[in-house]
Write a protein that binds this ligand. Structure first.
Ligand code: SF4
Length: 758
């Protein structure tokens, strides 16, 4: 695939949204869907009786606005709800070799998938087939495996709770826990750290807490592009007197100023300044910063005993304070400054802001979770918050911001390769079959298993695993080694072009489409990043006559696969769940804590909030019932001279691997994505000029030369020594073996690279 050089580059913007936010939302919608469909869908988006945005997992405010969506939400709807469909002749005109040479954007622009297609082994083309034939092929191939563990069942965060629950149920009835998901590649580190220290791997705040806080510290997150409605909550926090500190290697527009397009001030005025302090940290420096902050807090306490720490909370609810205090006593400030690239004065300023604030929220995303020490870094966030009791009270808490609309809900429904025993026990009790107990493979483990020939079949409920995973070259080779790949999808992407010897594409309904089953229109539900569960109802007719919902595809697959076994489909009534999703929710109510009376609660106005011990009552379901302050050994990221640390980033015009346009207007990049952003002083040291074309070589101790070719160098105000290039293209540089401790999340934010003139 030839690298698409940008037509133009400009200095990055210093504010987000504004009038351009409206034009970039409505322009594509009107061009792609026309005025009536656009109005119908955009005015129903994120509304109480509407559908949930299929993009990020930002929560909905109690008081919804008429237009309760952001620019990128509108793009996601336009992308999914296009009336354009992939014509039958497309498959004979485009063999796999041709599809594999196409960009993600071109593949997605071909329209909605509307009929099942099959690529037989030995053939280079997909052919349309009927559903019955598709399920028969699935049953024959999956039952033909030597063991259920030779198959892996991937889930993207778009799947609804109902689809996720029946999917994990089918996979476990099939006999494996191979249930990797997109969370393995994003917030797995969050789940591991919060689960260990607080007992719950989820945010400890609600939407309202942003209105009641005094300080929001935003770490490793670019809300302007990845969670844009968060800017409205930040604007509200500022209006209520809060201050904001942004910690990021890149001066992202959405951290600096917000021109709320739903206000006069935002449309005609200067909007709202967001960050009161911007810390341009070095990649991988966050753990050192957090330790330095906690040390300053402990020093302040030592200087005025009893006046800084929340002793009542610490004594009643935590453990580990003495060990933490002893550990940080010897923290080396010089090492902190080297790791962070910051000054002591900058860190002092943040520490003073923290000490002045009665209520503090820390938010984060991939900029923290995709590092080798991601888990201890997030444990350090917990340390800092616990010292002054910023958990379990209004306006304060830990707030990981999830990037996919139902990635959290899927996990809650059992999509995880290592679900805890109580969940598996409850599932077994509810459905009366022996549930497998051995942990399955995660996303990286799935690719490793394929490469080693252990995993012979992949079934994917949505998503684009081959593009989203690290080490693209190795991943594509591994995929092509499998016997069967199955994609349940709405639109084409690279995972339909890079496939196993045999492949199936099963087209499914989008979230905007009405889901009719035997008992009538069905609602589905999702869980957002603050544990709020709400309903989602499609609003337009399905774009194709034979499309099936995710639930229908999964339950029919289960009946076909399990039904073909000796003894038949077993005790689970799959058909009943397909006919009426209330049946699914009744099962969930008996298996998943917090979902009692699910069918009634999900139909409440705005849905319901899941219980959360640390948030609700400072109850910490950890090994000792206490929140854990932890001691973490700092291992700064080393970068040899003449090399840079590179992070993969998303542009403003993409969502995960879906590329809407080849622009990134907040960062000043237009008409191309083949860029590497580098600080001008680093370019000078490297003897390179803005505009040069380079090959970016990833350096890792396995000696493999991973190369991202033909990138245009863009002089950019990044942190010194740090570079950036777009995901998923730059995944080619991230070794499969480079994963975070404990969570095994790919280390996509600190890749050692060298730039060579192309
Ligand atoms: S903030 Fe996220 S969930 Fe909300 S409309 Fe935008 S993309 Fe969708």
């Amino acid at each position: 695939m030839t690298a698409d050089r940008p037509r133009e580059t400009r200095p990055p913007k210093v504010w987000a949204a504004g009038l351009p936010g409206i034009t970039h939302a409505l322009g594509p919608a009107l061009r792609g869907m026309g005025p009536l469909r656009s109005a119908r869908l955009l005015l129903a988006m994120n509304q109480r009786d509407g559908f949930d945005c299929m993009s990020c997992a930002w929560p909905d405010p109690d008081r919804r606005k008429t237009a309760e969506f952001c620019e990128n939400g509108a793009k996601a709807v336009t992308w999914e709800a296009t009336p354009l469909t992939v014509p039958r002749e497309f498959w004979s005109e485009h063999p796999l070799t041709d599809l594999a040479a196409r960009s993600e954007r071109w593949l997605g622009q071909q329209g909605r998938l509307v009929e099942p297609v099959h690529k037989p082994a030995g053939s280079d083309r997909y052919e349309p087939i009927g559903w019955d034939e598709a399920f028969a092929i699935l049953a024959d191939r999956l039952n033909g495996l030597d063991s259920p563990d030779q198959a892996s069942f991937y889930t993207s965060g778009r799947a609804s709770n109902e689809a996720a629950f029946v999917y994990q149920l089918f996979v476990r009835a099939f006999g494996t826990n191979n249930l990797p998901d997109c969370s393995n590649m994003c917030h797995e580190s969050t789940g591991a750290a919060l689960g260990e220290t607080l007992g719950v791997g989820k945010a400890t705040i609600t939407y309202d807490d942003f209105r009641r806080t005094d300080l929001v510290v935003i770490m490793g997150q670019n809300p302007g592009s990845n969670h844009p409605r968060m800017l409205t909550a930040l604007e509200e926090a500022k209006r209520n007197g809060a201050s904001i500190v942004a910690v990021n290697p890149l001066p992202e527009a959405g951290l600096m100023r917000y021109k709320n397009p739903q206000t006069v001030r935002g449309l005609a005025g200067r909007g709202t300044e967001l960050a009161d302090q911007f810390l341009q940290i070095r990649l991988g420096g966050d753990m050192a910063l957090l330790q330095a902050l906690s040390k300053r807090v402990l020093d302040a306490e030592a200087a005025a005993p009893g006046t800084v720490l929340d002793h009542g909370f610490l004594a009643a609810h935590t453990s580990g304070l003495a060990e933490l205090t002893a550990h940080l006593a010897d923290l080396d400030e010089e090492a902190v400054l080297a790791a962070t690239g910051l000054t002591s004065a900058e860190i002092d300023e943040l520490a003073e802001r923290y000490l002045r604030a009665d209520r503090v929220i820390v938010t984060w995303a991939m900029g923290l979770t995709q590092h080798t020490q991601a888990v201890p870094t997030i444990r350090e966030i917990v340390n800092l918050l616990l010292l002054r009791g910023h958990v379990g009270r209004p306006g304060a808490g830990a707030s990981p911001i999830r990037g996919h609309s139902n990635v959290q809900g899927d996990r809650t429904m059992g999509i995880w390769e290592r679900m805890p025993e109580p969940f598996l026990d409850a599932l077994e009790a509810e459905f009366g079959f022996g549930v497998p107990r051995a942990h399955g493979v995660d996303a990286v483990g799935t690719i490793e298993g394929m490469a080693a020939g252990r995993i012979k079949a992949l079934v994917a409920l949505g998503g684009n695993l081959v593009a989203a995973i690290s080490d693209t070259g190795a991943a594509e080779d591994a995929l092509r080694r499998t016997d069967l790949t199955v994609q349940i999808s709405t639109k084409l992407n690279r995972s339909h072009a890079v496939v196993g010897r045999e492949a199936l594409i099963l087209p499914t309904l989008g979230r905007t489409e009405i889901d009719r089953q035997a008992t009538g229109e069905q609602l589905v539900s999702v869980e957002d990043t603050v544990c709020a569960v709400h309903a989602s109802r499609g609003k337009v007719e399905p774009v194709g006559p034979v499309l099936l919902s995710e639930v229908a595809i999964v339950t029919r697959t289960a009946r076909a696969v399990l039904g073909a076994r000796p003894g038949g489909a077993g005790p689970v009534d799959w058909a009943a769940m397909e006919r009426d999703y209330d049946v699914i929710r009744d099962h969930v109510a008996r298996v998943v804590p917090g979902f009692d009376d699910y069918n009634a609660k999900v139909r409440r106005d705005g849905g319901f909030l899941l219980p959360h011990g640390p948030r609700d009552s400072r109850t910490f379901p950890t090994s000792d019932g206490r929140a854990h302050l932890t001691v973490n050994e700092l291992a700064p990221v080393e970068c040899p001279p003449g090399r840079l640390l590179l992070q993969t980033i998303r542009s403003h015009d993409q969502f995960n691997t879906t590329v809407y346009r080849a622009d990134d207007r907040y960062r000043g990049v237009k008409g191309g994505r083949a860029v590497v952003l580098v600080h001008p002083d680093d370019l000078a040291e490297l003897g390179l000029a803005d505009g040069a074309t380079v090959d970016v070589h990833g350096e890792y101790h396995d000696g493999v030369d991973r190369v991202l070719r033909g990138q245009r160098v863009v002089a950019y105000p990044t942190a010194r020594g740090c570079a950036a290039a777009y995901f998923p293209e730059a995944n080619v540089l991230v070794p499969l073996g480079a994963t975070a401790e404990t969570s095994r999340t790919p280390v996509s934010k600190a890749v050692v690279v060298r730039l060579e003139p192309a």
